[in-house]
Design a protein around this ligand. Structure first.
Ligand code: MG
Ligand code: MG
Length: 261
């Protein structure tokens, strides 16, 4: 069963989402050559708790960080630690915040320093696929419309959609039904209804879509060593159309900013 939220619940979830957006902006601002992902994690946790939020990821199935920090060919779920960023890296940062009982979940991949054109294109394609997927979140549509829209954009740009990782419903818990694929045919699966809230999160690679789990039990890499990108927003389906809940107080997010350095 796919839970549906009231407009009041969605408003509360947007408050959690605003903290997420502000923390992602902070991560992008603080990331620089020489800074470790562990330092970013500590900055994020402090910022989340200062706003009265709880870092949702911390302790989730034993995950030690408040953020996931996944550089270069790591797709998602990177444990923050001693890795020091290098000029030319890309870094995927995923943030989850629980606030007033609801979870906001959003992620962005950005460059550290300047990036080659092809890498900027990878980030731009992932961002564009997220926007296409969000546009498919319409009352009366079908669940598979979301992944179909995403796949279209990614493959037209010459990149690959990761098959083995999915988006999800999100609300009082981080992972609710349904699972949301980032590929597939349109017009299939459950009907989309007002009040459904989804974490839409395309994960794409510059090479093949194969993935491998690292020996640390968390980090997920591309099997071929190609670069990966991950963009995510928490989105409510409303009668007025999709509403992104992970936006900052100014109504913006670095998830939607020009990709690159
Ligand atoms: Mg996330
Ligand atoms: Mg998510």
């Amino acid at each position: 069963m796919i839970e549906r939220k009231t407009s009041r619940e969605i408003a509360r979830q947007a408050e959690a989402g605003a903290i997420v957006a502000d923390v992602l902006a902070l991560m992008r601002a603080e990331a620089a050559p020489g800074v470790t992902t562990g330092e970013l994690d500590r900055i994020a946790e402090r910022a989340i708790r200062a706003r009265g939020g709880v870092p949702t990821f911390k302790g989730f199935r034993g995950f030690p960080g408040s953020i996931c920090a996944s550089p270069n060919d790591m797709i998602v779920h990177g444990i923050p630690g001693g890795y020091a960023l290098v000029d030319g890296d890309i870094l995927s940062v995923d943030v989850g915040v629980t606030y007033k009982g609801f979870v906001g979940d959003s992620a962005v991949t950005f460059g550290v320093g300047s990036l080659p054109e092809r890498t900027v294109a990878l980030l731009a394609a992932c961002q564009a696929s997220l926007h296409a997927a969000i546009a498919a979140c319409q009352v009366g549509g079908r669940l598979s419309d979301i992944g179909h829209a995403c796949q279209d954009v990614v493959e037209a740009a010459g990149f690959a959609v990761v098959r083995d990782l999915v988006g999800h419903g999100v609300g009082r818990r981080m992972h609710e039904e349904p699972q949301i694929r980032n590929y597939g045919r349109a017009g299939e699966g459950p009907e989309l209804k007002e009040g459904m809230v989804f974490a839409i999160e395309p994960m794409i690679t510059a090479g093949d879509h194969g993935i491998r789990l690292d020996a640390d039990g968390w980090s997920i890499f591309t099997t071929d060593g190609s670069l990966a990108a991950h963009f995510e927003h928490t989105v409510a389906i409303t009668r007025e159309g999709p509403r992104v809940l992970t936006l900052g107080a100014d109504g913006a997010s670095v998830v939607d900013a020009p990709p690159g350095g």
